[in-house]
Design a protein around this ligand. Structure first.
Ligand SMILES: *Cc1c(COP(=O)(O)O)cnc(C)c1O
Length: 386
């Protein structure tokens, strides 16, 4: 059994080989244009709003770069590096993207019942340099996203959603990426859909979209349009920093197949397996599931649970002994050397970290696989009780 895996097969292989054998161009061209159009249709936005990138981290960097650019007038008045409020419990990609964009990540505490940003804690960390808030949809949970937007709007902050876990999810009936400010997805090898590696951002204002579309191609002005029509900019102008962050035709071809499998295959499989976990583990003393809003549509990318009473390591060993792998999502970023090495204390995050254990979840598992994991867990707690 594996904790997670890429679910790819003949169709993805055929799509990649079609590009290799028939297209004549492996870089960013027509396939990427089609993928962006199909993503836009799926999300219910315009094609100009979707900007693909070679990783989700690159998409976050581009989004934060656009947010910082729009806020630069304000932050130059107060001086110092712009600050971004971000929950500490996230993949280090979120923090590195903030640093890459020339900003300082300000680690915030999370809510113990969901692992998502604690807005009350974030409010305490506001300074005149704060330019953005970056909610992370931890374990695909867009918990209180409306409240995050209200918080940002009241204070004139940009919102950069780290929606790496949340492709295909909905907040109160609206699909993540169909509304908001700057929304970033990851299509890395194990996310809800994959391009091998890859990601995209969705922008809701033309200035940010244009800036990000250019910045992913070294900020060569208008190069996206050139490449989509099979050309290049031979007389370029460049007015600001940019990066080589664009997606290739091979990645896009794989992503197009994956997007086509999402609603019929990946979403229902993840939902069914997560529901089995939720049903079997609901009433175990000693273990708690993360909370979700019944009004949200959550498609779990990972299946973290909380193990109380200092028994997490023992449960992990019991599972591993049966050939069941487990993970930890995540070591909080404020404990990492580069981000303060624990100089700051975030009590709820640290308490949750001590309890978090991630169980196997991917569409390659069967219901029987998940039942067998739950059986080991149930026996473990039965043994503890006796
Ligand atoms: C996967 C992930 C990213 C980064 O995406 P990549 O495509 O792997 O670069 C960012 N944030 C979170 C929470 C993630 O899980």
């Amino acid at each position: 059994m594996r904790l997670s895996r890429s679910i790819v097969g003949e169709a993805e292989a055929r799509a990649a080989s079609r590009v290799i054998l028939e297209d004549g161009y492996l870089g960013m061209g027509n396939e990427v244009r089609l993928f962006e159009e199909e993503l836009a249709r799926y999300l219910g936005v315009e094609p100009w709003q979707v900007i693909t990138a070679n990783t989700g981290t690159a998409a976050l960097h581009l989004a934060l770069d656009a947010a910082a650019a729009s806020s630069s007038a304000r932050s130059s008045v107060v001086g110092g590096r712009p600050e971004v409020l971000v929950p500490s419990l996230t993949f280090v990609a979120s923090f590195q993207a903030v640093v890459a964009a020339g900003c300082t990540p300000v680690p915030c505490d999370v809510l113990p019942e969901t692992g998502t940003l604690d807005l009350a804690d974030a409010a305490k960390r506001l300074t005149p340099r704060t330019i953005a808030v970056m909610p992370v949809h931890y374990a695909s949970n867009p918990w209180q996203l409306d409240a995050v937007y209200a918080f940002a709007n009241e204070r004139g902050l940009r919102v950069v959603e780290d929606a790496a876990h949340a492709f295909g999810c909905k907040h109160r009936g609206r699909r993540i990426g169909s509304f908001g400010d700057l929304v970033c997805f990851s299509f890395d090898g194990i996310k809800n859909i994959t391009c091998g590696e890859g990601g995209c951002l969705v922008a809701f204002d033309a200035a940010s979209a244009q800036l990000a579309a250019d910045a992913r191609l070294l900020s060569v002005r208008g190069d996206t349009g050139q490449r989509f029509s099979g050309g290049r900019s031979w007389d370029p102008d460049v007015t600001r920093q940019g990066w080589r962050y664009h997606m290739s035709n091979i990645m896009a071809a794989i992503g197009r197949v994956q997007l086509g499998r999402l609603e019929g295959e990946f979403l229902p499989a993840r939902r069914v397996l997560a529901a089995v976990y939720e049903k079997r583990l609901a009433n175990l003393a000693g273990l708690a599931l993360l909370r979700t809003d019944p009004q949200d549509f959550v498609v779990r990318h990972i299946m973290p649970v909380r193990v109380a009473g200092g028994r997490k390591d023992a449960l992990k060993e019991a599972l591993n002994a049966q050939g069941i792998p487990t993970g930890v999502h995540y070591k909080p970023n404020h404990l990492l050397s580069f981000f303060g090495g624990g100089a700051q204390h975030l009590p709820a995050t640290e308490q949750l970290y001590a309890e978090l254990l991630t169980l196997p979840l991917h569409p390659g598992l069967t219901i029987a696989d998940v039942e067998s994991v739950c059986q080991v867990i149930t026996s473990f707690f039965d043994g503890c009780a006796s």
